[in-house]
Ligand binder design. Structure first.
Ligand code: 5BU
Length: 260
């Protein structure tokens, strides 16, 4: 058995899809905020404005130019927890299991604060064990979203890759779900069909104005993504680049809840 595989059998040492769904239900929103800002102060600001209307805060800690662990915990992580918001580090781990563990415990100490992280399935299933071994080492529970599709144009995650990824991961307790392509309702519906009802599907590539896309990003509508089978939508620019972050977050939250 590979690294710290006990969670695989017990299923008790990781955050389950059910727990995450119930956390989202209590916040009455299916919006994950992609806080793609580059300073702690800016991320803290968008969190405080959008907080009431989001269920998760998605970060790219390696893009934060003034990253400082103590400030990160005080100004981002603790306020998010106080608001009942899960922290999701979109690190897209892709290395061998042992190195992914090192990265989880590295400079940014992701294992200390992230409840959810993303990983590619490309390097093999031991990446899942490596990531969970890091959470075990710091005495925390978390879970992993595996990239089954991507929203960016020209990506190599074709339907065969998606199928192999889902088939090999959907019964693993340490995986709470999958990332799907929010820009294409047909792809989301196909992913839901393959995944079944248990695991989560979160979809980036969401904007109320599809024409906002830049640098190969593609966008779909939040309500359509939820209708097609997504549990939650990931929204960055649509909220953080709007004139009123709080109004935009409320608008997106409404778009994800009205369709239920
Ligand atoms: P946007 O500003 O709403 O386009 O931001 C989208 C976010 O979702 C951004 O943080 C990306 O890293 C993330 N993302 C994505 O856009 N597409 C993908 O396929 C995956 C993640 Br996986």
């Amino acid at each position: 058995m590979s690294l710290h595989a006990s969670w695989m059998t017990s299923g008790l040492e990781c955050l389950s899809a059910e727990e995450i769904r119930s956390s989202m239900a209590s916040k009455k929103t299916r919006v994950v905020l992609a806080a793609d800002r580059t300073t702690i102060a800016e991320i803290s600001m968008v969190l405080s404005l959008a907080g009431p209307n989001i269920c998760m805060l998605k970060t790219h800690a390696d893009g934060v130019v003034d990253f400082d662990y103590a400030r990160w915990m005080d100004e981002v992580v603790r306020p998010a927890r106080k608001m009942g918001i899960l922290i999701f580090e979109d690190r897209k781990f892709a290395d061998i299991g042992h190195v992914s563990k090192i990265q989880m415990l590295g400079h940014q100490r992701i294992a200390d604060w992230a409840d959810i992280v993303t990983a590619h399935r490309i390097s093999g299933p031991d990446i899942i064990n490596g990531i969970h071994a890091a959470w075990s080492e710091v005495g925390r529970r978390g879970s992993i979203l595996i990239l089954a599709q991507m929203s960016s144009s020209g990506n190599f995650l074709d339907s065969q890759y998606t199928k192999k990824t889902v088939d090999s991961c959907k019964n693993i307790p340490g995986v709470c779900g999958f990332i799907g392509n929010g820009s294409d309702p047909t792809s989301i519906a196909a992913l839901r069909e393959a995944v079944g009802p248990e695991k989560l599907i979160l979809t980036p590539g969401i904007n109320l104005s599809p024409s906002e896309s830049v640098m190969g990003q593609r966008y779909g509508h939040p309500s359509e993504a939820i209708r097609s089978g997504a549990d939650a939508v990931i929204v960055g620019s649509g909220i953080i680049r709007s004139d009123s972050v709080s109004d935009a977050a409320a608008l997106y939250a409404k778009a994800t809840m009205d369709e239920m």
